[in-house]
Design a binder for this molecule. Structure first.
Ligand code: NAD
Length: 451
């Protein structure tokens, strides 16, 4: 079944119909129409999957997608045009350029936490670059997956862009097929499996993975503002955001004020009982609920800590004075638990960050430019936002992705178009001026040859 779908997509690609720019624009506009027309249904599916608030769905998932499509539509002619490059003396009269061309059939495997953005955003670039794409949404966000499967063929070419639903075995079957690129979003354990499967066909991969994204809060900062921004980024989508601040690093002197600031912000955002707030989400499934609750074992929460397994509800929770080697600090939390680890100064914070895997995102809050500069100069991560969280993700001019264990390959905007294109190196010579070529032809000893 999976084999047939891929074969069909390849046959459709071979007809060449995905290549003309007019076709790509028409498909992109149709995708945009789908998102606009079906916003209500999409919001309902997300409510069923993850109790996503109706307000957050456009903000977190759909507006970004619409921007991404509008950008691709308006820039496509420019992106797809030959890109002239510098010539050398030997090629001074030639045409030398890079021609972006489609790769062929790509596989997009999405994750469940933002099931629309994480599957359709790569798809925008795949269509813009002229490819066919097989889309595999996560089975965990099942309402979104089945809605996507029923909607997409009504708006897009159904052979070029099929949606395949199913669990791990379906993904494994898909991974046995040959693709021209695999774009995977999810955890790094499966990321390794994807890379192994891709290696069998020498297929290039983009891996959008996760990890622990640190958030350093300097004592020299407006704590009220910092607390609001961090609280939003950590607890939106119930903490299930790949670039959520995973933990806070701060000096002991501000720890209690931070906790108090977060408490006040939580009250402001979700009221005295977050469980009854329409703006507060739920954990995706029982397995993840158990996993997150197990991370909390043995701690006394400074804030929150309540849970209700029947609803997969975990209160926004803050834990103070977490030891650096505690279990909470070993794996990505991906839930509404915020550990605070105290460090002695900025050098200590940098050391702490650099001792661990390279993060997907890094956050720094400070009003001291020197502190910001030092933090940026002496650490690394896929992306950084200073004095806020997650906002670098929203700009399609910035490449988005990880580094090291947090992922490989960047996307968004033109970066996605480039990712799904073969940057063909083209040199077009005339048949004239043959004398210039004499120097490279044998025999090399020209004097001897002339004699
Ligand atoms: P998930 O469980 O939905 O898995 C993602 C995909 O992998 C699914 O389509 C699933 O079918 C497939 N899969 C799962 N197990 C597999 C196996 N054994 N073999 C083959 N395929 C398999 O999502 P997840 O991994 O729980 O997602 C959460 C992780 O994703 C977090 O680590 C998060 O940080 C990361 N993430 C990263 C980004 C990013 O843009 N970098 C975005 C969202 C999530």
């Amino acid at each position: 079944m999976e084999k047939q779908v891929v074969q069909q997509a390849r046959e459709a690609f071979s007809t060449g119909r995905s290549r003309p720019l007019e076709f790509r624009v028409q498909q992109l506009k149709s995708l945009l129409r789908m998102i606009t027309d079906r916003q209500g249904e999409i919001a309902t599916a997300l409510k069923q999957d993850i109790n996503r608030s109706q307000y957050d769905t456009p903000l977190l998932e759909l507006i970004g997608l619409e921007n991404e499509i509008s950008l691709a539509v308006s820039k496509l002619v420019k992106w797809a045009a030959p890109r002239p490059v510098e010539r050398s003396l030997l090629t001074i009269t030639d045409e030398v350029y890079i021609q972006p061309e489609p790769l062929g059939v790509v596989l997009i495997i999405g994750a469940w936490n933002y099931p629309w953005a994480l599957t359709l955003q790569p798809l925008v670039g795949a269509i813009a670059a002229g490819n066919a794409a097989v889309i595999k949404p996560s089975e965990l966000s099942e309402y979104s997956a089945s809605l996507l499967k029923s909607l997409l063929p009504r708006y897009l070419d159904r052979e070029l862009y099929p949606v395949v639903c199913g669990g791990v075995s379906v993904t494994q079957q898909l991974l046995c097929q040959r693709f021209d690129h695999i774009f995977y979003t999810g955890n790094s354990t499966v990321g390794r499996l994807v890379m192994e499967a891709a290696a069998r066909h020498l297929t290039p991969v983009t891996l959008e993975l996760g990890g622990k994204s640190p958030c350093y809060i300097d004592k020299n900062v407006d704590l009220r503002v910092a607390c609001r921004r961090v609280t939003w980024g950590k607890f939106v989508n119930c903490g299930q955001t790949c670039i959520a601040p995973d933990y806070i690093l701060c000096e002991p002197s501000i720890q209690n004020r931070l906790v108090e600031g977060i408490r006040q912000t939580l009250l402001e955002f979700y009221g005295p009982d977050p469980k009854s707030s329409p703006d507060y989400g739920r954990i995706i499934n029982q397995r993840h609920f158990n996993r997150v609750m197990a991370l909390l074992e043995g701690y006394t929460a400074a804030l929150g800590g309540q849970s209700d397994s029947s609803q997969r509800y975990i209160a926004p929770t803050v834990v103070k004075d977490v030891p650096p080697h505690a279990r909470l600090m070993q794996e990505e939390i991906f839930g509404p638990l915020l550990p605070i680890v105290t460090i002695s100064d900025i050098d200590d914070a940098i050391h702490f960050i650099n001792e661990r895997e390279k993060p997907l995102a890094l956050y720094v809050f400070s009003s001291n430019k020197k502190v910001i500069k030092q933090m940026l100069a002496e650490t690394t991560s896929g992306g950084v936002t200073v004095n806020d969280v997650m906002m670098h993700y929203t700009l399609n001019s910035l490449p988005f992705g990880g580094v090291g264990q947090s992922g490989t390959g960047m996307y968004h905007g033109k970066h996605t178009f480039d990712k799904f294109s073969n940057m063909r190196a083209c040199l077009v010579k005339s048949l004239g001026m043959e004398d210039v070529n004499i120097a490279r032809y044998p025999p090399q000893n020209r004097q001897k040859a002339r004699r």
